[in-house]
Design a binder for this molecule. Sequence first.
Ligand SMILES: Cc1cc2nc3c(=O)[nH]c(=O)nc-3n(C[C@H](O)[C@H](O)[C@H](O)COP(=O)(O)OP(=O)(O)OC[C@H]3O[C@@H](n4cnc5c(N)ncnc54)[C@H](O)[C@@H]3O)c2cc1C
Length: 394
Amino acid sequence: MTAPTGPVAVLDAVAPAPFPTGGHVGLTAHPSVLPVWGETADSTLVCRRVLDITHDVKTFLFEPAAPALFHYDPGQFITLRLQIGGRAVDRCYTISTPPTRPHLIGITVKRQPGGLVSNWLHDTMGAGQRVSADGPFGLFSAAHHPAGKYLFLSAGSGITPIMSMTRTLYDLGSDTDVLFVHSARTPSDIIFRRELDAMASTAPTIRVAHVCERDSPREPWVGLRGFLSGEMLRVLAPDLHERDVFCCGPTAYMAAVRRALVAAGFDMGRYHEESFSFEDLTVEVPPVRVDGDGVHEPPPPGAGAPTAAFSVEFVRSGRTFRCGADENVLDAAFAAGLTPPSSCGQGMCGTCKTTILSGAVDMQHQGGIRPREIAQSKLLICCSKPLSDLRIDS
Ligand SMILES: Cc1cc2nc3c(=O)[nH]c(=O)nc-3n(C[C@H](O)[C@H](O)[C@H](O)COP(=O)(O)OP(=O)(O)OC[C@H]3O[C@@H](n4cnc5c(N)ncnc54)[C@H](O)[C@@H]3O)c2cc1C
């Protein structure tokens, strides 16, 4: 994590509110003595309330099952670990609420036609229900990229990380200039429409524009129409080159945004995006070395030469297999006929997290594991290549 300076430094270090606002958390202890959720043994969440946001989007608010406060960077996500129909399934959902409200976290989920988890959440999740979760994870946050001016771009459910960042800046009374341009199919698909308009009408630093493809049956759209274009960006943000851009939405939308920015001569070093599709992810962080003593440091020169192969022992399964130095432990385990839990395959969701008992790996994760966990000899086997023979708690 970077140590930001400047206007949004506070994004990264939001203190718990001095007074509890509700829920058992607030009634049992003063917030200052509560542990941080995710750093305690029990990371179970209890659903407190479900909010209807649009016709196919709901927000699920959760509190910790054991007294704790939430602490995270706006833009981070959690991984839900569910049992549906007797099957274990994991899905990532961005925390759409801001860290300035540490008693509850909210995820905002769009129903995907035919989708397993989004429909299950919409149809069955209700107040009092418990879910297993892990996190917070992820590096997509304005907290890591302090700037005086942001251009926030989102489409569809990609609004969630941007909403968390905007709510945070709003709650903090930040002087940071925010231009938030959200794209939706129709006016009735605009997620958080009234709240965004309320923030824009009360905070002089926040401007919101919606772009809709077409009218909805009940509301003809009078605003910007079509797909977000370079021309729209030029009109909305004549000061584009002074802004850091955060973008989240469908793959085609983000590709169009990138093309428009490149065509405008924008410095793409100030462009940050998050995809909700694991296939689209790119590695952004340097590797760390993890060994059985929890030591983490850059891999030694020459380590991991492609010709080497190492022995990997999954201690609990009682299985040992070979893994090439240029191969991820997870892939080698699959090749050996093992099926350890995994989901994203990119070092992002934390599903394949386990402990290294001896040996060392070169791990290239994307925020799916915390520094504290690495120090405790945890690793994500989907993005770890062996640097020696390994014994793993799996
Ligand atoms: C970092 C991150 C953050 C995210 N944040 C959010 C968020 O804030 N809000 C949100 O709504 N989502 C978010 N997502 C997406 C979310 O994790 C799920 O992918 C999404 O809810 C769909 O899951 P599902 O189980 O409903 O659909 P799935 O069952 O995974 O199916 C997805 C789609 O594929 C189709 N499909 C499924 N199986 C098949 C098949 N065999 N053949 C053809 N098509 C098939 C389904 O019909 C559906 O349209 C995020 C993802 C990531 C990686």
